[in-house]
Design a protein around this ligand. Structure first.
Ligand code: KIV
Ligand code: ZN
Length: 499
């Protein structure tokens, strides 16, 4: 039988510490429920003493979520522990996560203390928390830079005091994978009561090694990993949940499994990204926009022949409908033919060559070849569900301070013009709602990303949009000096791809 790795999600605590990512209680409940559906074992719901908002969120998440253990963070301070215990009163399964810095940096320069006193404070905090809750996790903050021999003494003392889980954080993201793995092994070999507890990893990504360090910890005996969705967290972030889950799924010989339902990974990633206003980097492993996009001709041809030629994970397994073949100047005939087939064109081999030549000429000038460009190349009109592709004919917005944002949009759909006016919570929202009221597809905005190319106020704004329709994701793009026009055009670009 495979060993189980417990997934401890700290998106709502370490992840939520990121400036600009703060969520209100309702949003946190939405994320907590998504984490429950995903199958995480423990949800770190907040740091209750830090603010009344964090306290309330832990209370409300405890009421809303049934299956996972709800965990509250504290310092090794009695008042923190009292408040954490109170915040967990409605939790069906509860855990207090208490701890203290153990590296010489923390002991001398943060806590102004000494090694022996820190061991005493650590054990006292665990004993005190045990009055309230059976399940106590202890963190040795900055364990990554703590000398192994001393760390082993701390860990032995907190286990004797009643800890059930011991967390070994690489708080500053300093360790190399081999060092971190050896640290976990050292504790397994040298702490005499270590078999009574689960060892946890909590790795930060300052040097881009959080996932590698977590894996080294797991391989050397850790059976809980502290992770966040999309790897968000303090500074460069934490280990990302989706990476650990998919490593263990793809590399079965490791012999460890999680209870995560990977089909919900992409959906959960989008939810967290949109609620926290944190775009996912396009090349992010597993959930980035380009994680399953192939652009070079050789790769596209290989993937079309057999997906496994260039993909180690089936995108469907993480909730993405299919791999995407982006058409660029490096694409080959196979990719062009594939896209034309998707658009409903059955191109015979001898018809393909002249189209491919024209395609290369356009692709040399344009970075992103759109479906409309291809339709022009093959010289036929499309026959989309809307009776023709949608075009933006006219856009007028009213916006400003103390004004209700309004937008009037005229679309050309299949040669006919249609106009609608909508209000919204901003001019972009109003304009997109007006477009939505004119089309028959039921679309939901999944991602909205605005980028400036240079930095001046006269800059060209680029808008990337992803919309969802009947479970499939469609990608749209536009660039314009008017950001609202770019947004509407990108939205229409995505809608036009719904075949
Ligand atoms: O990075 C860290 O050490 C932490 C602890 C509070 C667990 O986030
Ligand atoms: Zn942390």
């Amino acid at each position: 039988m495979k060993d189980k790795l417990y997934i401890f999600d700290t998106t709502l605590r370490d992840g939520e510490q990121v400036p600009g990512c703060q969520l209100n209680t309702l949003e946190k409940i939405e994320v907590a429920k998504a984490l429950e559906s995903l199958g995480v074992d423990i949800i770190e719901a907040g740091f209750p003493i830090s603010s009344p908002g964090d306290f309330t969120s832990v209370v409300e998440i405890s009421k809303a979520v049934k299956k996972p253990v709800i965990c509250a963070l504290t310092r090794a301070v009695k008042q923190d522990i009292d408040i954490a215990a109170d915040s967990l009163k409605y939790a069906r399964k509860k855990r207090i996560h208490t701890g203290i810095g153990t590296s010489d940096y923390h002991i001398k320069y943060k806590l102004n203390s000494n090694r022996d006193e820190i061991i005493e404070r650590a054990a006292d905090a665990v004993k005190y928390a045990k009055k309230y809750v059976k399940d106590i996790e202890f963190y040795a903050e900055d364990a990554g830079r703590t000398e192994d021999e001393y760390l082993a003494r701390v860990i032995e003392a907190v286990i004797a005091a009643g800890a059930t889980v011991v967390n070994i954080p690489d708080t500053t993201g300093y360790c190399l994978p081999q060092e971190f793995g050896e640290k976990i092994k050292y504790l397994k070999d040298n702490v005499k009561n270590i078999d009574k507890v689960i060892i946890s990893t909590h790795c930060h990504n300052d040097l881009g090694m959080a996932t590698a360090n977590t894996m080294a910890g797991i391989i050397n005996g850790a059976r809980q990993a502290e992770v966040t969705i999309n790897g968000i967290g303090e500074r460069a972030g934490n280990t990302s949940l989706e990476e650990i889950v998919m490593i263990l799924k793809s590399r079965k010989h490791i012999g460890i499994e999680t209870g995560i339902n990977a089909k919900y990974l992409y959906k959960t990633s989008r939810l967290v990204s949109s609620l926290m206003n944190m775009p996912v980097q396009p090349n992010k492993a597993i959930v980035g926009r380009n994680a399953f996009a192939h652009s070079s001709g050789i790769h596209q041809d290989g993937v079309l022949k057999r997906r496994e030629n260039y993909e180690i994970i089936d995108p469907v397994d993480v909730g993405i409908n299919e791999s995407s073949i982006s058409l660029t100047a490096r694409s080959g005939r196979a990719a062009l033919k594939h896209r034309l087939n998707l658009l409903g064109y059955d191109i015979k081999p001898k018809e393909l060559e002249p189209v491919y030549e024209k395609f290369l000429a356009v692709a040399d000038k344009k970075k992103d070849i759109r479906d409309e460009d291809l339709i022009v190349l093959v010289g036929r009109k499309d026959n989309g569900e809307n009776g023709g592709k949608i075009k933006l004919e006219h856009l007028q917005v009213l916006a400003g301070k103390s004004t209700i944002p309004m937008a009037t949009v005229t679309l050309n759909i299949g040669g006919e013009s249609f106009t609608a006016t909508s209000s919204g919570n901003g001019p972009v929202d109003a304009a997109l709602l007006a477009v939505k009221s004119l089309i028959k597809h039921d679309v939901r905005l999944e991602e909205f990303l605005v980028q400036a190319i240079t930095r001046g106020s006269n800059d060209l704004g680029k808008v990337h949009i992803q919309v969802e329709n009947k479970g499939s994701i469609y990608y749209g793009f536009s660039g314009h000096t008017d950001i609202i026009t770019a947004s509407v055009e990108a939205f229409i670009d995505a809608i036009n791809k719904i075949v």
